[in-house]
Design a protein around this ligand. Structure first.
Ligand SMILES: NC(=O)c1ccc[n+]([C@@H]2O[C@H](COP(=O)([O-])OP(=O)(O)OC[C@H]3O[C@@H](n4cnc5c(N)ncnc54)[C@H](OP(=O)(O)O)[C@@H]3O)[C@@H](O)[C@H]2O)c1
Length: 228
C-alpha cells in the first residue's frame, strides 16, 4: 500500500490524513512536539495511521506533505526529502511568520523558498494551500463524479506534478495545472482563487461559509482573474 507522509498534523495535515486513510493509503503523521503527542489523532484514524518524527515521516512517504507555519521551513529534514514529491500547503502570513523580504517585494514565492531550501533533488508541488481545511474535508468525491472539486497545482517537475495528481485523485480531487512553481503566486493569500471558489457565496468571508463544489472550469476562471 502507498504511504502519505505528513510533516505537520494540524488543521490541514489532520484533514489530509483522514482523506488519505479513507482513500486506502497508509499515513505517517509528524509534528514539532513528538510522535507521542499525536496518539489521540492516530487512534482516531485507525490501523493505517502511525506517528513518527518529521524525518521518519519524510522517509516513509511516497508523497510527503509539508503543512507547517511557513516560518518553520528551515527546520525541515533535507536528506529524507531528496528524490521525493513534496506537496507544499504553506502560506505566508507575516503576522505569524514574521516579515520575509523576498516575499514582501514579490521577487519570489513561499513555495520557491521551500524548493530552494530543499535543493533540486526534491520536487516541490504547491497544492491544498488555497482551500479552507473544513471545505477540504467535505468536498472530496469519487473519480468522475459530476460535482467533483478541482484544486490548482504548480511545480517545476512534470513527473512530480503527475505524481501529485495521482495523490489528489485518491483524496477525491481533480487538478488544474497552474504552471511552474513561480505561478503559485496566482493562488496565494489575497488572490481570487484563495478560499473563495470553494465557498457557497464567494463574495463573503469564505471561512464562515459552507463548502460548495468547484469544478475545474470554475478554478480556471478564478486563476484567469488572478492573472488579469
Ligand atoms: N488552516 C487552513 O484552513 C489552511 C488552509 C490552507 C493552507 N494552510 C497553510 O498550511 C499550513 C498549515 O496550516 P494549519 O492550519 O494546518 O496549521 P496548524 O493547525 O497550526 O498546524 C501546524 C502543524 O505544523 C506542526 N509544526 C510546526 N512547526 C513544525 C516543525 N518545525 N516541524 C514539524 N512540524 C511542525 C505543528 O506541530 P506542533 O503543534 O507540534 O508544533 C502542527 O502539527 C500553514 O502554512 C497554513 O498557512 C492552512
Amino acid at each position: 500500500m502507498a504511504t502519505l507522509g505528513l510533516i505537520g498534523s494540524g488543521f490541514i495535515g489532520g484533514t489530509l490524513a483522514r482523506l488519505a486513510v479513507d482513500g486506502g493509503l497508509d499515513v505517517v503523521l509528524s509534528n514539532s512536539r513528538g510522535p507521542e503527542t499525536l496518539a489521540d489523532k492516530v487512534a482516531e484514524l485507525g490501523a493505517h495511521a502511525r506517528a513518527a518524527t518529521p524525518a521518519e515521516a519524510a522517509a516513509a512517504g511516497d508523497w510527503v506533505v509539508v503543512t507547517i507555519p511557513l516560518k518553520a521551513y528551515t527546520s525541515l529534514p533535507r536528506e529524507p526529502l531528496a528524490g521525493k514529491t513534496v506537496i507544499d500547503t504553506n502560506n505566508y502570513y507575516p503576522q505569524r511568520d514574521g516579515q520575509i523580504e523576498a516575499l514582501d517585494d514579490g521577487s519570489t514565492t513561499s513555495s520557491e523558498l521551500l524548493q530552494q531550501y530543499l535543493g533540486d533533488s526534491a520536487h516541490v508541488v504547491k497544492a491544498f494551500n488555497n482551500i479552507f481545511f473544513k471545505h477540504l474535508g467535505v468536498l472530496g468525491r469519487p473519480t468522475g463524479a459530476a460535482d467533483r472539486t478541482a484544486l490548482p497545482i504548480a511545480g517545476d517537475d512534470a513527473d512530480a506534478k503527475r505524481h501529485a495528481t495521482e495523490l489528489l485523485d485518491i483524496l477525491g480531487y481533480d487538478v488544474v495545472d497552474a504552471g511552474p512553481l513561480a505561478e503559485g503566486r496566482f493562488y496565494q493569500p489575497g488572490t481570487p482563487p484563495y478560499g473563495a471558489p470553494y465557498a457557497q457565496n464567494p463574495g463573503a468571508s469564505f471561512a464562515e461559509q459552507k463548502a460548495g463544489p468547484a469544478p475545474a472550469a470554475r478554478i480556471r476562471e478564478f486563476l484567469a482573474e488572478a492573472r488579469g
